[in-house]
Design a protein around this ligand. Structure first.
Ligand SMILES: [Zn+2]
Length: 456
């Protein structure tokens, strides 16, 4: 990736306040915003960005290969657990080549949707029978390559996954056949493998860690992973309380909630993000608040999987920062995730206006960047990463918006298809809704068909 200087002239740009500013010139050097001028004259040396320019959007929770499930799990009655059977059938068919192709196409779909930074919660580590590939980090490496090719910034959240559930006495059940390829057998071996990933990142990629869930990692291993993440000063994520059954098993075995257990083992901190946190209680919210932990809501997946509605009003009141993820990629649209946080809360509480447009945009940008270990991203500010997402205000969904209504108009009505331009590290990746180097539709189609053909 070149690191040349460039300039952009934004018709409107959101610099973090209640209203966007007009005629904003953004000068970029070395992938970073060097200078911002509001009320600037359009100039020949600045690329014009019509519409509303936002900080680049962060998709803080992704399993890229789940994109192949879209449209294929919507049949008959079922639950999270029946959906998971479909997902395991897909996971069993993956190899490094198909994992790479799916991820490259899915990351490119994200870029078209305005996503400039992704957190990939990566747990398909080994061959289907659990044997490591000759390069034990081959699957992680193809994920890093896929992100670089699509142009998206990535934090590879390498995920520790050791077992299939909690025994009532606190022991961990061994992995099921479909989970063998996720497991490194111990936290120590997981750490040893992940340590070797650090040398393989580039200027727009980083490594973080994840505890898959209390279902898949025992408390002692959780403590080792937490200590490792603290020493390494990297983000640590975990699926938390997505399903009531997880809470019940955790309480029966350990006498405490999943967040309570993670807290006891030292996992909660300002670098920790609890993904989902759908079924949490007041003590859990207090624990998140006290430790400065974040939550990642994935509303389109949570509704798709019939998980439930998380207590986002309680998070907001307790000062727990919320970020967003498209998780299973039932859809990839950060505006849909953002407005769902507020609209689901309206359905739950009967009250409108808990989360305003600016706070939802912050969830989709700055908070996500912080969660993924890029605290200097997700803002349009001097010294911030030069990642930008521009949304048309002249689409059928956004026409009629004014500077005064643009933020709410975009958050509550725009779609991913209204994104016209995307800049990552100063590189203009998407112009007029087209990716610079990837035919995204064709690659998605080919990658998904080939993967299912291999699964048949
Ligand atoms: Zn997930």
């Amino acid at each position: 990736m070149t690191r040349s200087a460039s300039s952009f002239h934004c018709e409107l740009a959101w610099l973090g306040g209640d209203l966007p500013d007009a005629d904003v010139r953004i000068d970029v050097a070395g992938g970073v915003i060097e200078r911002i001028e509001t009320g600037a004259q359009p100039a020949q040396d600045a690329v014009p960005l019509a519409g509303l320019t936002l900080p680049g959007l962060a998709n803080a929770h992704s399993h890229a290969f789940h994109r192949a499930l879209r449209g294929r799990t919507q049949r008959g009655p079922g639950t999270f657990w029946t959906w998971r059977d479909d997902m395991y059938r897909l996971a069993a068919a993956l190899d490094p080549e198909s994992y790479h192709r799916l991820a490259r196409a899915t990351f490119a779909e994200m870029v078209l949707a305005g996503v400039t930074c992704v957190g990939e919660f990566h747990y398909v580590h080994h061959q289907p029978d659990g044997t490591p590939y000759p390069d034990p980090n081959e699957m992680g490496a193809v994920m890093l390559a896929a992100a670089a090719e699509a142009g998206v910034r990535i934090t590879l959240l390498d995920t520790c996954y050791l077992g299939s559930g909690v025994e009532p006495d606190g022991g961990l059940r061994p992995p099921l056949d479909g989970q063998l390829r996720f497991s490194d057998h111990s936290a120590a071996r997981w750490i040893e493998r992940v340590e070797r990933l650090f040398g393989r990142t580039g200027p727009t990629s980083r490594v973080g860690g994840a505890v898959h869930s209390v279902r898949a990692v025992d408390p002692q291993s959780m403590g080792m992973i937490a200590a490792w993440a603290a020493t390494r000063r990297v983000p640590l994520h975990a699926h938390v309380s997505e399903q009531p059954a997880e809470n019940e098993q955790c309480l029966a075995a350990y006498g405490v909630s999943p967040l309570g257990l993670l807290g006891r083992r030292g996992a909660l901190s300002e670098r920790f993000t609890a993904v989902h946190s759908t079924h949490v209680d007041a003590a859990d919210v207090e624990l998140l608040s006290r430790t400065g932990s974040m939550v990642c809501m994935c509303p389109t997946t949570e509704r798709d999987l019939a998980d439930g509605i998380g207590p986002t009003a309680d998070f907001a009141q307790a000062g727990v920062a919320i970020c967003l993820g498209s998780d299973s990629h039932a859809v990839i649209d950060l505006f849909e995730e953002a407005r769902a946080v507020e609209l689901d809360e309206r359905l739950r509480s009967g009250v409108r206006g808990t989360h305003d447009a600016a706070s939802l945009l912050a969830a989709a940008s700055a908070v996500g960047y912080r969660s993924l270990g890029w605290p200097d991203g997700g803002r349009i500010a001097t010294g911030a990463l030069a990642d930008l997402t521009t949304v048309s205000l002249q689409s059928v969904r956004t026409a009629g918006t004014t500077p005064g209504t643009a933020l709410a108009g975009v958050v509550f009505a725009a779609s991913a298809g209204d994104v016209t331009d995307v800049v990552v590290a100063g590189e203009h990746l998407v112009r007029d809704g087209r990716h610079r180097s990837i035919d995204v539709t064709a690659e998605l189609d080919a990658a998904i068909r080939a993967t299912w053909a291999a699964a048949a």
